[in-house]
Design a protein around this ligand. Structure first.
Ligand SMILES: Nc1nc2c(ncn2[C@@H]2O[C@H](COP(=O)(O)OP(=O)(O)OP(=O)(O)O)[C@@H](O)[C@H]2O)c(=O)[nH]1
Ligand SMILES: [Mg+2]
Ligand SMILES: [Zn+2]
Length: 291
């Protein structure tokens, strides 16, 4: 029979096979042939008894993400808090590039909007810039339960929640799926960061249809390997201007007659996004040199 790996733990894979979860080992041959199995992988399983079985094969993946490690998701919900912990736009843009490069549709979710009145946490002027990216942006609060259409966006889809520790990924999933009771953790008052409460990737079936992966938070990310001319394609809102650049293959850096740079000057592309693009471009060129 076939199923989906919803959790990997202690060397075993927990496979959801339409209504029932089977604890599976994996054949050494399959591991050697296909590499590491990921949560989200569709697999063929041979049951040993009612509750246990063996993974006999891993089916081809439609998408694959490295951090967090998850297979076959269609969309990513990139979660940051508007405060506590402070949002990190550079990291947000790394998540966006990674998702775009993997062929996974990214959406942005700004949580903890109940803190918006607190002067210390008002960073929304920066975060509002992301509404110009063309990606869906949800302003939510797991505390008040305001979900701003996020529930509808997940319905019937396979999604992954990704973002730093402490931004409220598990808290939001607990609101989206009552009765779930995922463990949540405090923010360290000294380090102003989350405490890495979620330790494993886990796919959760939603009552309204669809699957969502909760994942451990992390605070840094390498860009995926790419050619320098690929990068602009992963900055969603650059695309409509690129045709206007004087040179084909324009990297939107020092070239004259660059329509992307002109759009930045007119304020149609956020200056912050363009700055991050240039920083990432330097990083990609540096990585090209090392190979
Ligand atoms: N004020 C406020 N606090 C929230 C909100 N959502 C979550 N929190 C708090 O933020 C802390 C971290 O929440 P988690 O859900 O554990 O965060 P996480 O993103 O799952 O973190 P990791 O599992 O470590 O990656 C907890 O103390 C939550 O109660 C919110 O909307 N508003
Ligand atoms: Mg968590
Ligand atoms: Zn250009």
């Amino acid at each position: 029979m076939d199923g989906v790996i919803i959790k990997a733990y202690g060397g075993f894979y927990f496979v959801w096979t339409g209504g029932r979860v089977i604890k599976c080992a994996i054949r050494g041959k399959i591991r050697r042939l296909r590499g590491q199995a990921l949560v989200g992988d569709r697999v063929l399983v041979k049951p040993v008894n009612d509750a246990e079985g063996v993974v006999e094969d891993i089916l081809p993946r439609s998408t694959e993400l490295v951090r967090p490690p998850v297979a076959n998701v269609e969309q990513s919900v990139i979660v940051f808090a508007i405060g506590n912990p402070e949002p990190n736009p550079v990291l947000l843009d790394r998540f966006l590039v990674q998702s775009q490069a993997a062929g996974i549709i990214p959406m942005i979710c700004f949580n903890k909007n109940d803190l918006a009145g607190d002067a210390e946490h008002v960073k929304s002027d920066i975060l509002k810039q992301y509404q110009k990216t063309g990606h869906s942006v949800f302003w939510v609060s797991a505390k008040t339960g305001a979900l701003d259409g996020l529930r509808e966006a997940l319905k019937g889809r396979i999604s992954v929640f990704a973002g730093p520790s402490g931004v409220g990924k598990s808290s939001l999933l607990n609101i989206l799926q009552p009765g779930l009771e995922l463990k949540t953790g405090d923010i360290s008052s000294k380090l102003k960061r989350g405490k890495h409460t979620t330790r494993h990737v886990e796919l959760i079936p939603l009552a309204g249809g669809g699957l969502v992966a909760d994942t451990p938070g992390f605070s840094s990310m390498h860009l995926p390997s790419m050619r320098r001319e690929d990068l602009a394609g992963y900055f969603n809102e650059f695309a409509i201007f690129e045709d206007g650049c004087k040179f084909t293959g324009c990297l939107h850096h020092r070239e004259p007659g660059c329509a992307v740079k002109a759009a930045v000057e007119r304020g149609e592309i956020a200056a912050l996004r363009y700055r991050h693009y240039l920083d990432f471009l330097a990083e990609v060129i540096e990585a090209e040199r090392r190979y």
